[in-house]
Design a binder for this molecule. Sequence first.
Ligand code: NAD
Length: 257
Amino acid sequence: MALTAYDLTGRTAFVTGAASGIGRASSALLAEAGATVHCADMDEKGLDGTRSLIADAGGTAHTHPLDVSDRTQVARAIEHITGAGRLDIVAAIAGIMHSSPVLDTRDEDLDRVLAVNLKGTLYTCQEGARAMIAVGAPGSIVTMASGAVDAATAGLLCYSVSKAAVVQLTKTLATELGPHSIRVNAVAPGWVRTPMTERHDEELQHRAESAMARRSPLRRVGEPGDVAHAVLHLASDASAFTTGQILRPNGGVAMPW
Ligand code: NAD
């Protein structure tokens, strides 16, 4: 890499949601920048795909099949990593989407989305930060919010609430972890073409994609690589004086539909 602030040689990263979409692209880019990447996800087959992608490009990746909504599993993975060395970067990307009108939303819908998107992010950040603090190492934590926090969208109550909570979690962590030289920032992407959005309800997908084509100054939807570059920026020393911030790779529109 020509720009040394983005060089992650010798650094170790833990990335959740690494089996697919934005998490896979971010893992691959962090590895390309030189980091050893520990990829975590529930989807073991997808994790193998990410590891091969990174290995084929000459990078180093390890896989950790786990459910981020289970603190014990997250803690075990981090322990495994720190048993072998220092942890420098955490990217809490795992997430799920659920859509239903508010009046049809069931307790179990909200509970599941909050368990993965909020608690999974919290556990990942807490366990990662504890490992960094234990060895007095500086670090960078990147969380995954969404354009859904900037405007209300019909049908996305559970998801929007969970991502708004991620924003507050990120800002609070930034204030508490700053004195330990640990930076915490969120990425809030707009509509990005990934397996998550592709398997989502067709009507919402159509509305979002046509609104992006019409209203985004860039006239396109996002690709996973667009978001991965935001993750790399926040993970690296290029953002050494940036913490508690929300970076929005969204093609110029917060919420288009
Ligand atoms: P994706 O479905 O392609 O990837 C999500 C990954 O998270 C999957 O590999 C899945 O197996 C994993 N995952 C889900 N629940 C998990 C759990 N409990 N434990 C471990 N892994 C789990 O989706 P994506 O679009 O790449 O989304 C990645 C993140 O980006 C999510 O947090 C999502 O909310 C956020 N995001 C996506 C978009 C978009 O338009 N695609 C926009 C804004 C934010």
